[in-house]
Design a protein around this ligand. Sequence first.
Ligand SMILES: Nc1ncnc2c1ncn2[C@@H]1O[C@H](COP(=O)(O)OP(=O)(O)OP(=O)(O)O)[C@@H](O)[C@H]1O
Length: 249
Amino acid sequence: MGGVLEIRDLHKSFDSHHVIQGFSMDVVEQTLSCLIGPNGAGKTTLMDLISGRLKPSSGSVRFRGDELSGLSESDIARRGVGRKFQVPAVFKELTVRENLEIAFSREVNPFRNMLKFRDKAMLAKLEEVSVLVNLENRLSIVAGLLSHGETQWLEIGMTLMQEPQLLLLDEPIAGMTEAEVDQTAKLLREVRQHSTLIVVEHDMGFVRRVADMVTVMHMGTHFAEGKIDEIEANQNVREIYLGTEEDAA
Ligand SMILES: Nc1ncnc2c1ncn2[C@@H]1O[C@H](COP(=O)(O)OP(=O)(O)OP(=O)(O)O)[C@@H](O)[C@H]1O
């Protein structure tokens, strides 16, 4: 079955290091897919290839039927693919409100956007997103003073200001407290009501709570895919990934 995102026979090499080796995957609209796999499996590289940060050596990434490989990172973002990295990239000296305002438009000069788009549509979006990411009471705080978890939410919020149709998240709960993890699970389930998400995650407890589908990567290949129960019961997956975590525990 096809999907909103169709990845076909994707390859990526860095010199002689063949990191993505014929990877294919379909992502169905309005689902949350978790991408798991051992360290070095190629998860971040795959996200980089989807978002245009890296160009594939060969293969195809189609989003809503359009080929993305070959487009620039900003063109891919304009087509509705949002990305949040593990390390947040917020403007620490600006307030939460200003950070969200800047993110509203995809124009090049963010400070011009702040003046130009202080309109009703932006205000409505800002209110909706700030409630969603649990920062509605922190709008006038300088971003540099936010907790780690709040900073992660702000960056998710900045991505949501652009109304992405596909949202790529790299380890969104890294370093969060338990309460923040709970809040993030709730947030992602809400975002999924109107967007499609791919989340790279190592924490299987969190994967269990949020994932509709789980895709396992191993050595740059699509190793397995299914519901969380199927993946956790899959002996081959346990051998290359889950088993090793248990052994280490
Ligand atoms: N720019 C690069 N140049 C050379 N090798 C790279 C580059 N980027 C990634 N690699 C290699 O590609 C492989 C896959 O890395 P990647 O970060 O995609 O894995 P990952 O599954 O995200 O791992 P982790 O779970 O540890 O974050 C690794 O062996 C890494 O060293």
